[in-house]
Design a protein. Structure first.
Length: 648
């Protein structure tokens, strides 16, 4: 833990909306009278029918219940569009920067409103009704935002699947969500390369379980022909030309489902995290405004893909609910060169940049000169999300990108939490590199030991939340018991995050990473079980165990130990084949960084794989392997070490 403290930069302090004293008092009040706090925050949202009850919450696993603003009604798209059209119709809502530096588009609130209404009418025409699920498999283009907002306009539940996932992964999500419509593009573009989205959709819809899909709406994004299946496939531009731009927003109950987003857990298939309408929107809007210190003329840029929760809460809903201009970038930081991020900041006068440590580390590695080519005078605030940020990357972000004048908000949260739970409030919170600092208003984190005893003061243990917040997930789609078991059964009466954390003498939180079998690769979540089941699905593989290992750029890399079938020879070709196999089964983000041939895996007498030992071997921490005496066959460890480090 770095103990260097960075006070709020002078220039920022001068205009600060919240001071250190304000934060302390407001936080205290927000937990003492949580109901009153959220009643006030919810006033920033337009309610079609005002709520009378604020919260109705029990974290007891046998009597679980979470409801926020229960009897209110609202519409998300109306909050993101209509009310801003009334106030500032010509203000840019979305600045879209294409993969190619010569392509960009600016869409005003008025234009976005029109397009969303039209597309909502297209969905209606395709038979989509309130509560129906719609899967999106899209590149980072405005139509992705339009499709999401159009779903919310008519009360359909969107399920965005990251465009980097394989046809298999897409099919299982379409099946689990029982979607009737898929929205995609003929191709995506990233760093000058094309991604065959529509071809992947076609492949997914060949797979069993996806028969419920009756239409595929395709955006014509690149000049490349694609197969269109008669009676099923329609072009976005043709469909939108046939409908009008009048579509009244559907009044939705606060607790009506808003979207499903799949995320990896420590066991089994990815789970469909379900968020609801009122609580989610109040939470995304409030955290966005306070954590990013939002002002009317901000140009805010979040680099996350719409396929992740960050792309939902802080690329789309948080900014638009506040009437903020949001920048959407289709490409990658290194295309055409590593100077791109700085060029985009200058081109659009970006004031706030929110990105991931993995991107910061890869830019840092390329050298300061790329960033220094740009002027960046518009920047006033920086954000980080997705994984712990190492102090070196933090300092580089702060000193080189932000030139020492921009606070960094290191925001800790999860797909499940809907929005930021632990973060500095810029202007109020002195920063410590690597610490997400303090809880957001109304949020009550705690650190517990293995038995669930709450630890006080300076301590280290499991991170839990002891009370609800409006943005929390409400269930695992189709499996409420899994929801209770996963999050509320480890420690009774508490939401278990799956993360470990330390708290220092100043009450600052330091996230130490996952304590379960979930990997965080470049800020993307992956279950070790998913990668293992992809590996064992290959005919040459008898058994496999996957663990994380330290990786300079990605934070964590994927290390797979593979035991082959008896008659199979371990070769370099097979290693490559297995890497490609996992890529095509799950998607490129799951590609193993290392594959080790394991004559056998270290197991306890009851047959449980001891991952702790595998993690130590992967990290080359052979001196601290710990106790191996409970293994069924301790000699397995020596064999493995010899295989992994032959020249040792
Ligand atoms: C996991 C959640 C939240 C949106 C992106 C990831 C890790 C997230 C931080 C941070 C340390 C972080 C945690 C968490 N994580 N932000 N600022 N510092 N760790 O969402 O895919 O649901 O992953 O990401 O381990 O549990 P996600």
């Amino acid at each position: 833990m770095s103990q260097q403290v960075y006070p709020v930069p002078d220039k920022f302090l001068k205009n600060a909306r919240t001071t250190a004293e304000d934060y302390a008092a407001k936080y205290q009040q927000s937990v003492t009278d949580n109901t009153q706090f959220w009643r006030e925050q919810a006033q920033s949202i337009d309610w079609i029918k005002p709520f009378t009850k604020v919260r109705d919450v029990s974290f007891d696993k046998d009597n679980f219940h979470v409801e926020w603003f229960g009897d209110g009604q609202l519409n998300v798209s109306a909050n993101c569009l209509d009310r801003h059209v009334a106030n500032h119709p010509d203000k840019p809502a979305i600045i879209w920067e294409g993969d190619h530096p010569y392509r960009h588009k600016i869409i005003s609130f008025r234009e976005l409103h029109q397009e969303v209404c039209r597309f909502a009418n297209v969905l209606k025409k395709q038979g989509v009704k309130k509560g129906d699920r719609v899967t999106l498999y899209m590149p980072m283009i405005p139509e992705a935002a339009i499709a999401m907002l159009a779903c919310t306009r008519i009360g359909a539940v969107h399920c965005v699947v990251f465009g980097g996932f394989s046809p298999d992964s897409l099919a299982s999500r379409i099946e689990d969500s029982q979607s009737s419509v898929v929205i995609t593009a003929n191709e995506g573009l990233r760093g000058g390369k094309t991604i065959p989205l529509k071809t992947n959709v076609d492949a997914a819809l060949q797979m069993p379980g996806t028969e419920g899909v009756t239409s595929v709406i395709t955006v014509y994004h690149t000049e490349h022909p694609t197969n269109m299946q008669q009676g099923r496939d329609i072009w976005y531009h043709e469909a939108i030309a046939e409908v009008n731009e009048h579509c009244p927003p559907e009044p939705m109950d606060a607790e009506a489902p808003l979207f499903i987003l799949y995320t990896s857990g420590s066991t089994g298939k990815p789970k469909g995290v379900l968020h609801t309408t009122g609580g989610y929107l109040v939470y995304a809007a409030t955290t966005f405004r306070e954590v990013f210190d939002i002002r009317d003329n901000d140009v805010y840029w979040c680099t996350a893909d719409v396929g992740w929760i960050t792309g939902h809460s802080y690329l789309l809903y948080g900014p638009l609910a506040n009437g903020t201009t949001t920048l959407m970038f289709e490409g990658v930081p290194q295309y055409p060169t590593w100077a791109r991020i700085g060029q985009i900041i200058d081109k659009h006068d970006v004031t706030i940049l929110y990105t991931a440590p993995t991107a910061i580390r890869s830019m840092m590695r390329e050298g300061d000169h790329y960033v220094r080519e740009s002027d960046r005078h518009s920047l006033r605030l920086l954000g980080s999300v997705g994984e712990p940020i190492n102090p070196e990357a933090w300092s580089w972000y702060y000193n080189v990108v932000g030139e020492g004048r921009c606070p960094i908000v290191d925001t800790w949260w999860q797909t499940e939490t809907g929005g930021i739970l632990i973060s500095p409030i810029p202007g109020a919170t002195p920063l410590k590199p690597g610490s997400a600092t303090k809880p957001f208003y109304g949020v009550q984190p705690a650190i517990v030991d293995g038995e669930g005893n709450i630890l006080e003061g300076e301590c280290e243990g499991n991170l839990v939340l002891i009370d609800s917040w409006p943005g929390q997930m409400r269930t695992v789609y189709g499996d409420h018991q899994r929801f209770i078991d996963t999050y509320f059964s480890t420690f009774n009466g508490m939401y278990f995050t799956g993360d470990g954390a330390k708290r220092d003498k100043d009450g600052y939180y330091w996230i130490t990473g996952r304590v379960d079998d979930v990997l965080n690769v470049s800020g993307h979540r992956l279950g070790t079980a998913e990668v293992e089941s992809a590996l064992v699905a290959h005919q040459s593989v008898a058994e496999s165990a996957v663990v994380g290992m330290p990786h300079e750029i990605k934070g964590q890399g994927i290390c797979a130990y593979v035991t082959l079938q008896a008659d199979v020879e371990p070769t370099e070709e097979l290693r490559k084949e297995l890497r490609d196999w996992v890529r095509s089964e799950i998607g490129p983000i799951a590609t193993p960084d290392a594959i080790h041939w394991a004559p056998a895996l270290p197991k306890t007498r009851s047959g449980k794989i001891m991952r702790r030992i595998l993690r130590k071997i992967a990290a080359n921490e052979l001196d601290t392997l710990g106790d191996t005496s409970t293994l069924a066959d301790p000699s397995v460890v020596e064999h493995l070490i010899v295989t992994v480090y032959p020249e040792r």
